[in-house]
Ligand binder design. Structure first.
Ligand SMILES: Cc1ncc(COP(=O)(O)O)c(C=O)c1O
Length: 395
């Protein structure tokens, strides 16, 4: 299997972990030798309720028995899609009431950017340095990591970059700007929270010049930061949000969400302003419905903050300089990227899944399923401390 993996499955990482999976359940993933790994990654913030959650599995099975794909997006009334869009709207502020479902986060970003350009009649987009919004060419154009982007230029023109949390940079938002796109909490950059009312300042500036604020909730959304969506922590209601990852509970999904008025402009001049064959697939929508319903009925969202406190208490070590992030979107920052890599690889050997962040080499990603128990947190954090101690001993 390993030989075929490296030859036939296109590789874009020079050093994939190459763990061969046999099954996964709850907070554990098992390799082909049945070795158990406690999952502190959750498929990179996607497995909101862990693995093989009975309610999600049952919803998928039920929907497969009823129907799978029947028609392209938006032509037929498919109950799982409609229920999902209504459920999202019911749990969002009034102006975030109309949902366009996509297959992935990057497609949601594409849709949101098109929507902002179409609604404002402007083309300039402002994005943040070290921001990450996906890897298709439009989304990549608003990712603020030139080392990645330069090999693929020309990307879409008219993108300007600002520094996240820098209020002076907001002068760059003008009446030429269609939209400002930001992650609510910067992910790849190192789990950086907005400070000093930053998001509200951006929104105020957008409102002043007639631009739209798009907040990327693909990683900070779906309960991970103590609220259903991350922006609720910062009292700022954007014009558009993009969601994905955890919304599908382990199935591929994305969504861009806005007011009925804004979204309505995709219907005319030209008609079919955004189209997809599989976006909103009924089986995926059924999985998302099961995920959201469970999340909203259990105390999992509030508990993320209690779990955060526990992790912060347990992860005190001379090599950890800081724990960044909120809820169960946390990163332990260590002194060097070599230390981060050693801890991630040593922990893997000891049966704990950790991972890197895209642009911050000194970060160790801690984004377990929201269903992680206290005992599992103790166990995982003990492994991290053990790995750190071993690295410190070799220092
Ligand atoms: C903040 C953010 N936006 C967009 C994306 C892209 O989502 P996807 O990989 O589903 O296309 C990601 C994925 O890591 C993300 O973290």
């Amino acid at each position: 299997m390993k030989k075929h993996f490296f030859k036939h499955l296109a590789q874009t990482s020079p050093h994939p972990l190459a763990l061969e999976i046999s099954y996964a359940n709850g907070a554990y993933v098992y390799d082909s030798d049945k070795k158990a790994y406690l999952d502190f990654i959750a498929g990179v913030s996607a497995n909101t309720l862990g693995h093989n959650h009975p309610k999600i599995s049952q919803a998928i099975k039920n929907q497969v028995d009823d129907y799978t794909h029947v028609m392209v997006y938006g032509e037929f009334i498919q109950q799982p899609q409609v229920v999902l869009c209504k459920l999202l709207a019911d749990n969002l502020p009034d102006n975030l009431e109309t949902v366009y479902l996509t297959n992935s986060g990057t497609e949601a970003t594409e849709g949101a950017l098109k929507l902002a350009k179409r609604f404002t009649g402007r083309s300039e987009i402002i994005a943040a340095k070290n921001g990450y919004h996906g890897n298709t060419q439009g989304a990549m154009s608003v990712c603020g990591a030139e080392a990645q982007n330069s090999a693929f230029r020309p990307l879409i023109p008219g993108i300007r970059f600002i520094e996240f949390n820098n209020s002076i940079d907001l002068n760059k938002i003008t009446n030429k700007t269609a939209a400002v796109i930001l992650e609510t909490i910067q992910g790849g950059a190192g789990f950086i929270e907005p400070t000093n009312n930053y998001l509200q300042k951006v929104l105020d500036k957008c409102n002043k010049v007639g631009a739209l604020l798009i907040l990327d909730e693909i990683q900070s959304g779906i309960g991970r930061t103590g609220k259903l969506f991350g922006f609720e922590n910062y009292n700022t209601i954007p014009h558009i949000i993009v969601a994905g990852k955890g919304l599908g509970g382990g199935m591929p999904i994305g969504a861009f969400i806005s007011s009925f008025k804004i979204m309505d402009c995709l219907k005319e001049h030209p008609k079919l302003g955004h189209i997809t064959t599989f976006g909103g697939h009924p089986v995926i929508a059924a999985a998302a419905n099961a995920t959201l319903k469970e999340l909203l009925s259990a105390n999992l969202i509030e508990e993320t903050l209690i779990k955060e406190t526990l992790i912060r208490k347990l992860l005190i070590h001379p090599l950890i300089t800081e724990i960044r992030g909120k809820g169960l979107m946390l990163a332990a920052i260590v002194e060097t990227k070599e230390i981060a890599s050693k801890v991630i690889l040593k922990s893997l050997d000891k049966g704990l899944l950790l991972f890197w962040l895209l642009f911050e080499g000194k970060a160790i990603r801690i984004t377990p399923p929201l269903t992680i128990t206290k005992d599992e947190i103790f166990k995982g954090c003990n492994i991290i401390i053990e790995s750190l101690n071993e690295v410190l001993a070799d220092y």
